[in-house]
Design a protein around this ligand. Sequence first.
Ligand code: NAP
Length: 482
Amino acid sequence: MDTPAFPNYIDGRWTDSGAQFENRNPANTGELIGLFTKGRAQDIDDAAGAAANALPAWARMNAPARGAFLFKAAEILDRRFDQVAADMTREEGKTLPEAKGEVRRAINIFRYFAGEGSRLNGFVVPSERDRVHMFAIRKPIGVVGLVTPWNFPSAIPAWKLAPALICGNTVVLKPASAAPLSAWRIVEALHEAGLPKGVVNFVAGSGGELGQALIQAPPLRGISFTGSCQIGNWLHQEASKRRLRIQLEMGGKNPTIVLADADFNAAVENTVNAAFFSTGQKCTATSRAIVEDAIYDRFLDALVERTRKLKVGDGMQPGIDIGPCIDKAQMDTVLRYLEIGRQEAGAPRIGGRQLDGEGFAKGYFIEPTIFADVTPEMTIAREEIFGPVLAVMRARDFEDALRIANDTPFGLSTSIQTTNISRVFDFVYGAEAGLITVNLPSAGVEYTLPFGGTKDSSFGPKEQGPAALEFYSDYKTVYLKY
Ligand code: NAP
């Protein structure tokens, strides 16, 4: 069978500029999923030009009519639900149930923001002057660039595209090279929904080359980025030279605090889920478990025993809990941190090796790993690893645990496991993070509330929920004498 080819999408046309790059299954690198067109800087310029041309008509269209396109795209994705989820497992490696959950979320995000088309409200307030009517209406910011990572290859493009479009912006989307197919499927659905040409443009290819072109594209007015701190910080510098509106969602070193009064079994389950599901490759994954001294040893033993039961393998197979790392570079990064962990904290209590042999040889599989007695100054307690690696740390009491939890430059997600309501509120007010969970895993958010972090994890307005509209729209204020 011929390998499927996935062209770029510029000005309403599928375009192939010649060179291609491979999209391979990280669970089985022998499987070539497809060949993607390798976009060039010129393609970004063309895409931004097409978006600029499409902007006036799209921005003037009434918002419920814009919403109708989003509803239709959601419908198309829903019809292809099983295929889109299977594509995601094959290109990203997460298990099929996880992929199905993510595709469902992407569809729901489209429907939610489609509905926002009927609610895009501004302000009307009384004037201090007689016979003056004053109000503020929302307007789009213009052409926006969306740059997305591979770990949520459908949900993150969806949660940027849908609010951008409903607010009347036009878009250039640059997906991650390691998993571009899930975003391509969304663009395909928008195309089939009849979206006017130029409103959404998709250019895959090298982030370095395309990122440089995107940030310099003259029509660009804003950029929303999710990915590493290194790239996000560079984009921020470049964007500020042009006063582009910018939104950055970046790394984390998320803690879960476990107090002695917690529901013990639930706390074990929540910690293991947050640390290892999706191979620890969630920006909201728990990478530090901070456990109160009184239950430390018992909790550590229980964590190790629960982790022992996790099944690693190809996410397409039933019963698998944990898939592969996304690619060799990411696996090598994790292996490097495992070595650092050994030097700092001694042998891991479980895991610590790359898996090979039957079912593993052609993939990037690493055993879920727990290091015990990790202390706050250790590298594995400070740097984002982005793999199935958990550092377990000891705390004297709640105050000590909160101090350790906050002792990081990051501030994305944080969790506490406790039955003490006063501790819950002390934590809610004292934790330095944008997302807080109580008696739940640190990962697993919903699209109807603001999403994003604080400190070095994030910059700019939040994503998702009604908050997303604040990034993708501006106000026009009107004073009217009658
Ligand atoms: P990454 O290497 O920063 O890549 C993210 C995106 O940026 C990709 O599309 C990449 O393209 C592109 N890119 C690379 N160089 C660029 C440049 N010079 N200019 C513009 N774009 C460029 O991050 P990743 O490895 O895909 O994702 C993992 C990171 O994302 C982790 O740190 C994780 O915590 C973070 N993350 C954060 C959130 C959040 O909401 N806070 C959510 C998910 C992930 P290529 O793929 O072609 O290199």
